[in-house]
Write a protein that binds this ligand. Structure first.
Ligand SMILES: [Mn+2]
Length: 338
C-alpha cells in the first residue's frame, strides 16, 4: 500500500471486499486500541469466518483481549502484537476511525499487498486500498454481518455470538438512535443462528467486577453539573485509578450513568493519562450538539453522539477548557438562555 493515510478513491462495495478476501490467504485482523465490544467482536467474527474458509488468520490488538469479553468464542485468537514484524497478504482494519488508532500492531506488520478498512465512524477518512465506511450503521458488527451474509461467507453460532456482542454493545443494547429496523432484523438472524441472548446479556451487562462499582462511587463524588444542568461530567485522576486498582476497561460505559440524567444533553468523562494527557469521552443526547465536532476541535473524533479526544494539559485545566466549550455549544444552539 502506498500511503495509508491518503483517502481511498471510492467506497468499495462489500462484494469487492469479499472477493479480495477470497483471493488472498494470509491475514492480520486489527482493530482500535482501548478496544470495545464492537472492535473485538468484529475482529474475532471475521477471523473465525476466514479460518472456516481455510485462511491463515492472525488477530492483534494493542491491548490484547479484554478480560470482560473473554467469554466470547474464539477470544483466544486475540493477541498483543509480537516484537518482530511479520508479513501478510492483507491487513484488515475494523471499527477504527483513524489509521494510527490501530496502535502498536502497526509496528509488527511487515509487508502487505492490501489494506482493507471496514468501519462506521463518520470521521474515518477511508484509508487503505479497499475501504467501506458506512456511517449510518450503528456498529461495525452490522456491516460485517452484511459482508458475511450477502457473500456466502461462513457464519455459524460462534461467529453470530461475536457479531451480536459487537452490535449489542455499540447500540447500547439496541437503544441508540442509529439502531434501525435492519439492526433488529440482523439481531433476529443472529438469534436464529443460535445466539443465546440471556447468556450473552448476562456476560455483557451483569458480570462486572466490584471494583467497577467502587470506581463509579469515586467518579460520582467528582460529579459536576454545568450549563444549567444541560452538561454533566466527572473525572478520574491517575491517583484514584491506582488507589482503586482499576484497569482501563473498568470505566467502559460508566458515562451512561450521567448521560441518563433527565436534564442532561451532554455528558463528559475526563481521565488523566500518563505523559500529561487527558482522555476525554463525550456523549450527546441530541443531534443539535455534535460531539464529534467538539472532539474534532481537539484532534479527536468519533460519532455525532459519541466521540472522544486526547488532550494535552493538567486534568483540572482540561476539564475547565472543555466544559467551557460545551457550554458555548449549548448556548449557541439556544438550548439554554445566556
Ligand atoms: Mn464501533
Amino acid at each position: 500500500m502506498s500511503d495509508p493515510t491518503a483517502p481511498a478513491r471510492t467506497n468499495a462495495s462489500l462484494a469487492d471486499i469479499a472477493e479480495a478476501l477470497r483471493g488472498l490467504h494470509r491475514f492480520v485482523v486489527v482493530s482500535h486500541l482501548r478496544p470495545d465490544g464492537d472492535a473485538l467482536g468484529c475482529a474475532i467474527a471475521l477471523a473465525l469466518s476466514l479460518r472456516a474458509m481455510g485462511k491463515d488468520v492472525t488477530v492483534w490488538n494493542e491491548d490484547g483481549m479484554l478480560d470482560k469479553l473473554r467469554f466470547l468464542p474464539g477470544s483466544e485468537l486475540v493477541h498483543t502484537p509480537p516484537a518482530r514484524a511479520e508479513d501478510f497478504d492483507a491487513l484488515v482494519a475494523l471499527d477504527t476511525a483513524a489509521y494510527p488508532r490501530l496502535g502498536t500492531p502497526l509496528k509488527s506488520i511487515g509487508a502487505t499487498k492490501l489494506t482493507i478498512n471496514v468501519d462506521h465512524h463518520i470521521s474515518n477518512p477511508g484509508y487503505g486500498d479497499l475501504s467501506h465506511i458506512d456511517a449510518q450503521s450503528p456498529a461495525t458488527g452490522q456491516i460485517l454481518y452484511e459482508l458475511l451474509a450477502a457473500n456466502g461467507m461462513p457464519l455459524d453460532r460462534d461467529i453470530a455470538t461475536n457479531l451480536y456482542a459487537a452490535i449489542s454493545t455499540d447500540t447500547g443494547s439496541f437503544q441508540y438512535p442509529q439502531t434501525s429496523a435492519r439492526t433488529y432484523e440482523i439481531g433476529a438472524e443472529l438469534v436464529r443462528l443460535g445466539v443465546r441472548v440471556g447468556e450473552i446479556s448476562r456476560e455483557l451487562y451483569e458480570s462486572y467486577p466490584l471494583r467497577r462499582l467502587e470506581l463509579l462511587r469515586a467518579l460520582l463524588n467528582s460529579l459536576k453539573l454545568t450549563a444549567e444542568r444541560r452538561a454533566a461530567s466527572f473525572a478520574l485522576s491517575m491517583h484514584t485509578a491506582q488507589t482503586l486498582g482499576v484497569s482501563p476497561e473498568d470505566n467502559e460505559g460508566l458515562i451512561d450513568h450521567i448521560r441518563g440524567i433527565d436534564t442532561v444533553l451532554v455528558a463528559v468523562f475526563f481521565e488523566e493519562l500518563p505523559d500529561g494527557l487527558v482522555r476525554v469521552s463525550m456523549r450527546s443526547k441530541t443531534p443539535q450538539i455534535d460531539v464529534s465536532k467538539i472532539c474534532g476541535h481537539y484532534g479527536g473524533g468519533g460519532h455525532q453522539l459519541a466521540a472522544g479526544a486526547r488532550i494535552r494539559g493538567e486534568l483540572g485545566e482540561v476539564e475547565a477548557r472543555v466544559l467551557a466549550r460545551v457550554h458555548e455549544e449549548i448556548v449557541r444552539e439556544k438550548l439554554i438562555e445566556e
